[in-house]
Design a protein around this ligand. Structure first.
Ligand SMILES: NC(=O)c1ccc[n+]([C@@H]2O[C@H](COP(=O)([O-])OP(=O)(O)OC[C@H]3O[C@@H](n4cnc5c(N)ncnc54)[C@H](OP(=O)(O)O)[C@@H]3O)[C@@H](O)[C@H]2O)c1
Length: 296
């Protein structure tokens, strides 16, 4: 049995069917709060409604598992935050797994994770990484870039209603994106490939500026134009929103971090090691989604 914490999320929901297709029994842990939670079990999938803030739920979730994947997050959830989920929830789950004798853990992290990183999310991810490294289990830390599908969702939200694609910041700074498909494929590989044990892998799909992403979206949609949200607005949001919306404040800070250029990285060497994992870039993601912002 393999536990996928956050198995209903953007990435988790892609990992689960890949594991099932590989013949694994899978258990999904989520609260059923930010994402829909299936009422009944699917083939090879058990759903456990639980909370990473609870020691008891973490113990129940890992019981009988040989491996655990941490793909939960509080970053993009309005009523949650990275400290509760990405740091403390991850540490709680790592401890529960190690105590239960789980042998293998894959920790989803982000490129730039560091104890003194410039944004809280990266510091929380560093704490989770440290927990899994020192857990005694065999581990793999997968540091991805910004999830491409999440960025597309955010940029294309007003496309249908207002004909606009949002570009945050200058739109001129390169950002390395990782597609859900590519991240999920590496998770599945890490669970079976001994060469990925006790390693940190930095895994990207494509590096693009915001304007390049927007132009590709507009050309696929066949209509619309760009609306820019300047870095000054992100800076204002990162401070002014703090008292009433920590969520908006952290989105603003993350935007400024990207604007600094720190969200672009070299992923060629890791890709070179696993050439059989196909690269799913922006064009492939747009093709798979149909026309963004328009009815399928
Ligand atoms: N998105 C990115 O750009 C990005 C970049 C770098 C790294 N990552 C990492 O990649 C992984 C997947 O990210 P994602 O964007 O796919 O996440 P997501 O779509 O936001 O999904 C988060 C998942 O975590 C669950 N969750 C949240 N709080 C929970 C709690 N207290 N207890 C149990 N489950 C909880 C959510 O379900 P409920 O809310 O219903 O419980 C959901 O299943 C995460 O570890 C994330 O930190 C993401």
């Amino acid at each position: 049995m393999i536990l996928v914490a956050g198995g209903t999320g953007r990435l988790g929901a892609a990992i689960v069917p890949m594991l099932v297709a590989g013949g694994h029994q899978v258990r999904v842990l989520a609260r059923g709060a930010s994402h829909a939670f299936p009422d009944k079990a699917g083939d090879g999938v058990e759903h456990f409604r639980g909370d990473l803030t609870s020691d008891a739920d973490c113990r129940k979730a890992v019981a009988g598992c040989t491996a655990v994947v941490f793909a939960a997050s509080g970053f993009g959830i309005k009523d949650s935050d990275p400290r509760t989920v990405d740091r403390d929830g991850a540490i709680r789950l790592v401890r529960a797994a190690a105590e239960a004798g789980v042998g293998r853990m894959v920790m989803m992290s982000m490129r730039g994770a560091a104890p003194h990183g410039p944004i809280e999310y990266l510091r929380c991810k560093a704490a989770a990484e440290e927990a899994v490294r020192s857990s005694g289990m065999a581990w793999t830390i997968i540091r991805i870039g910004v999830l491409l599908e999440q960025r597309l969702e955010n940029m294309t939200r007003p496309l249908q209603s207002k004909g606009k694609v949002l570009v945050f910041g200058s739109g001129a700074v390169p950002v390395t994106y990782t597609s859900v498909q590519d991240a999920a494929a590496l998770v599945v590989r890490a669970l079976r490939d001994p060469t990925l044990q006790n390693r940190v892998v930095e895994w990207g799909s494509q590096t693009l500026t915001g304007t390049e992403v927007a132009q590709a979206v507009l050309s696929r949609a066949g209509h619309g134009s760009i609306r820019r949200i300047p870095a000054a607005a992100e800076r204002l949001m990162s401070v002014a929103a703090r008292p009433f919306s920590p969520f908006l404040a952290r989105i603003g800070r993350a935007g400024l971090w990207e604007e600094s250029g720190a969200a672009a990285f070299e992923f060629g060497p890791a890709r070179g090691e696993f050439p059989d994992i196909p690269v799913t870039g922006l064009q492939q993601v747009l093709e798979a989604a149909g026309q963004p912002g328009l009815p399928a």
